[in-house]
Design a protein. Structure first.
Length: 134
């Protein structure tokens, strides 16, 4: 998939992921700021990835882990701090969540922020979710 929105381009082709840029983006996060490059590589290898570019620079990233029929997990949604509040995050989440490759029954994510953004796409807090952090 290749989409354009003004001067931005979004790719779902894993070969378009700039690993060094993703590492730099994740260093801006609270959940993956210490994630090493090997872990990032492995997570990309086992995920469906979305990369947003401005020119030749990757400025946003997200990935989806799924079984393609019942379950999908949206992870590592990140927009470079210099490009936030421009609508790029909304475009990225909308594209990832509505990708026709996964017509799933349950789409999940875990976040400590941006709840109003995710609520626009049908996500809501649940008291039924159980999770563990290793």
């Amino acid at each position: 998939m290749h989409l354009e929105w003004g001067e931005y381009r979004l790719y779902s082709d894993k070969s378009r992921v700039d690993i060094k840029a993703v590492k730099s983006l994740l260093e801006q996060s609270y959940w993956a700021d210490k994630r090493d490059i090997e872990t990032i590589n492995k997570s990309i290898e086992h995920s469906n990835c979305f990369s947003v570019y401005k020119g030749t620079i990757q400025i946003a990233f997200a990935r989806v882990v799924t079984d393609y029929c019942t379950f999908a997990y949206l992870a590592d949604v990140i927009v470079d701090q210099h490009y936030r509040k421009l609508g790029i995050g909304k475009w990225l989440v909308d594209t990832a969540v509505n990708d026709p490759r996964w017509p799933v029954e349950l789409f999940m994510l875990a976040t400590d922020d941006a709840h109003t953004l995710y609520e626009k796409y049908g996500f809501h807090l649940s008291d039924k979710l159980m999770a563990t952090i290793k």
